[in-house]
Design a protein around this ligand. Structure first.
Ligand code: NAG
Ligand code: NAG
Length: 162
């Protein structure tokens, strides 16, 4: 039963995703810069810097994403090489803009695509304060407020098992 309801949710999610077509929108530079300002205002300097590194390159994340941001301490202890930055950011993104109130509708077990569509994120939802995306818990919801792009602080680098 849980599996069926999860599948149902994924289908609803993907239908909504197909209809809104966020990834086909032209890139809005102002919007990304505004998201980066909100990240810096909440001291997510490392994640903001990774995004800045790709701005203007072909690896730049392009679309209305929700970013899942490990804090500076976690980022500085992980080994991301320069050519892995794009892949790293896509694995810390959901390809549609979601406030925490949107995320909170997904029941435990729901699988949602990451920015790398071959990698799925599994939701574990016991409400605010106990909401996980794979291994990473949301510790700071709705950091990006002035942009279409959304972002949330998480307590770990996101691991993928699939
Ligand atoms: C780009 O993003 C900014 C900030 O969110 C917004 O004000 C502006 O209308 C957007 N422009 C386009 C062309 O979507
Ligand atoms: C998606 O992830 C796989 C496995 O880590 C990687 O080989 C591939 O290049 C990634 N795709 C993109 C678009 O980053």
């Amino acid at each position: 039963m849980a599996l069926i309801s999860s599948c149902f949710f994924i289908i609803l999610f993907l239908l909504g995703f197909a209809e809104s077509q966020p990834l086909t929108h032209p890139f809005n530079h102002t919007d990304l810069q505004s998201a980066i300002r909100d990240m810096r205002a909440k001291s997510y300097y490392g994640f903001a810097m990774l995004l800045q590194m790709l701005t203007g390159t072909t690896a730049q994340p392009n679309g209305e994403f929700t970013f899942l941001m490990p804090d500076d301490k976690q980022l500085s202890s992980s080994s991301i090489s320069a050519d892995q930055v794009g892949d790293f950011l896509l694995k810390h993104a959901i390809p549609m803009p979601l406030y925490f109130s949107d995320l909170s509708h997904f029941p435990t077990g729901t699988l949602i695509p990451s920015g790398n569509t071959s990698k799925m994120i599994r939701i574990h939802n016991r409400g605010k304060g106990d909401f996980f995306l794979n291994n990473a818990k949301i510790v700071s919801a709705n950091v990006c407020l002035k942009s279409v792009i959304k972002c949330h602080g998480v307590d770990a680098i996101i691991d993928y098992y699939n």
